[in-house]
Design a binder for this molecule. Structure first.
Ligand SMILES: C[S@@+](CC[C@H](N)C(=O)[O-])C[C@H]1O[C@@H](n2cnc3c(N)ncnc32)[C@H](O)[C@@H]1O
Length: 262
């Protein structure tokens, strides 16, 4: 059963703004104050709402996305702020040479909010991000670990059975077969199969970060993801420190993790 925010860009935008104001910005500010003179980039920005509280604090913001339709929406939502030079939205691949040349060593903060689990070859992508950081710059990641009950993003399925927890961790052909059996359309199945291929666990994420030579600056695991307030009406809840410390098992009961690295 697809949720309202999967169909309505205004709703999605407002939820991004609210979640960012209450959770993402305060988390980043625990290690990096944000204000005038700070440059912030969000990769996988969607409608751009996550950037609003950063822009309001005076930071210059750039939102990048590979979906041109979502960049069009962001450009229309932010027409005034774009004209004032406060923010920019780009339909762009961050690997493009002109993008790298323009933004080399430019950003104090890079945000990947619910994006890294959609990006292929994270082993190449995460170290590549260093190119865009200023000295002392930091990268924020917020993502749902693969093994959590809805880690396959199956809530985008149209059929209510598509929302079942954990069946996304079946072998890929079985998972695809189940989605076909309940009559999901090819577009949804394709998207879910792409997420299957780019899936990321807490352990693999932490290993990539360590192997890329970054340091962990801040970490928060959630039992209940702050965005579930909008999706299911559930109150956000932090994960217990004990469970957070149990490798592998923690993935199954942790619906969201926040990290800052640098
Ligand atoms: C789940 S949405 C998250 C949007 C927003 N950050 C939020 O928190 O609501 C993920 C976004 O990442 C974008 N995306 C996926 N792969 C990307 C890539 N390689 N480069 C830039 N954007 C990408 C998608 O087009 C999509 O808009």
């Amino acid at each position: 059963m697809a949720l309202k925010q999967h169909k309505d860009e205004q709703v999605r935008y407002e939820q991004q703004v609210d979640n960012s104001r209450q959770y993402v910005l305060p988390f980043i500010e625990q290690t990096k104050p944000v204000g005038k003179g700070v440059n912030v980039m969000e990769i996988g920005t969607g409608e751009g709402g996550v950037l609003v509280p950063f822009m309001e604090k005076g930071a210059f913001c750039v939102g990048v996305d590979l979906n041109p339709l979502r960049i069009d929406v962001a450009n229309s939502f932010f027409a005034n702020e774009i004209a004032e030079g406060k923010i920019e939205f780009l339909y762009k691949n961050v690997y493009d040479d002109d993008f790298l040349q323009r933004f080399k060593g430019f950003f104090d903060v890079i945000i990947l909010k619910d994006a890294i689990e959609h990006i292929p070859e994270q082993e190449k992508f995460i170290p590549y991000l260093r190119n865009f950081l200023k000295e002392g710059g930091q990268i924020f990641f917020g993502f749902p670990p693969w093994y959590m009950p809805f880690g396959g993003h199956q809530q985008i399925a149209d059929h209510k059975l598509g929302m079942m927890p954990w069946y996304h961790i079946l072998p890929k052909p079985l998972y695809r077969g189940m989605l076909k059996m309940i009559g999901e359309n090819e577009g949804v199945i394709k998207e879910l199969m792409e997420i299957y291929d780019t899936r990321i666990s807490i352990e693999r994420f932490e290993r990539i970060v360590r192997n890329s030579g970054y340091k962990f600056l801040n970490k928060q695991h959630y039992l209940i993801n702050p965005i579930y307030k909008y999706k299911f009406g559930w109150q956000p809840r932090k994960q217990s420190k004990l469970i957070s410390a149990i490798p592998f098992f923690r993935n199954f009961v942790t619906t969201c993790v926040y990290y800052t690295i640098g």
